[in-house]
Design a protein around this ligand. Sequence first.
Ligand code: ADP
Ligand code: MG
Length: 368
Amino acid sequence: SSSDSVKVAVRVRPFNQREKNAGSKCVLSMNGSTTVITNPENNDKKTFSFDHSYWSHDSSREDENGVFVPDSSNSNYADQRRVFSDLGQGVLDNAWQGYNAALFAYGQTGAGKSYSMIGYGPNKGIVPITCEELFKAIEDNQDKTKQLQVSFSMLEIYNEQVRDLLVKTKPQAGGLKIRQNPQTGFYVEGLKQVPVRDYNEIEKLMEQGTVNRTTASTNMNATSSRSHMVITIRFAQVFKNADGQSNTRSSDINLVDLAGSERADSTGATGDRLKEGSAINQSLSTLGNVISALADLAMGKKKVLVPYRDSVLTKLLQSALGGNSRTIMIAALSPADINYDETLSTLRYADRAKKIQNKAVVNESPTD
Ligand code: ADP
Ligand code: MG
């Protein structure tokens, strides 16, 4: 058993068209692991330090295939590969060792969560690259006495209801039920966990799931989503130990693309969307409360109740938050002065998440 703190990365994206049209100024700067945000009203600066600070703001250009490539004049530009090799590769290494791993993306709508996690078109994000690399390593596996199994599930939490994104039929009213197993914790009853043999199968499932994911555009960003998405990759290695007995070493990899962190009113959403926004805030604000409570515990505070049970999201992410998992948060940042308040609150949130201590253990037991 080992105690490890949640690793936190921040990433700033390029200006979007709307920000360019508004003549936006960049309020962020990064140097090594340090991120500085400048208040556009009074030039007041606040400094933060994270495990990784990714500068993906400028000095990138689109090549003929629409792929963002770093401008050779700026070697600091963090592209998708770079983010994968820092974060995704670690997730894979942990999975091979039998540790659970989790990676979740937090931030305002339009700040770049889905870009980092899933990616768009040829700019594949951490999730597809991680899956691709997992199967490459499986194909390279020379130890034929070892059986390797991968399965995939994908769900969304929308208005505190769980929906299986790998099922096309209309979701039943109320969504899928959450149950509790005394040993393994909360799980979603009846969720499809699909065995996959190669990367192409995962890619197809991911495409299908992405199409099924409920989206409601707000005036922040036409591709934004008001739902939380959770992909779980279950990786198992079955092998003979020294006694000739069969053991299974397993790892759950949870990959979470959270809904936008902004308050519903700042997006101009009204009516149904506002209602969605407040229900999503229930999961997100509980996540915030859980993170605060865990940070307090890590600072030595006693008698802290961690309110996992207050939302669907925190029930399902319980092991990833302060439990049996090695966990990474990537906080997506808009560079623009008009988003200063939201960006500062994202930085503060990320700063709190750094303090969480997890206790990951290798999951290995006789094969049943
Ligand atoms: P979110 O999921 O947080 O709502 P998206 O990931 O959809 O935001 O990003 C919003 C827009 O910004 C998309 O058009 C996306 O392609 C672009 N974008 C985000 N991050 C980057 C980045 N690091 N480099 C280039 N474009 C980005
Ligand atoms: Mg998104």
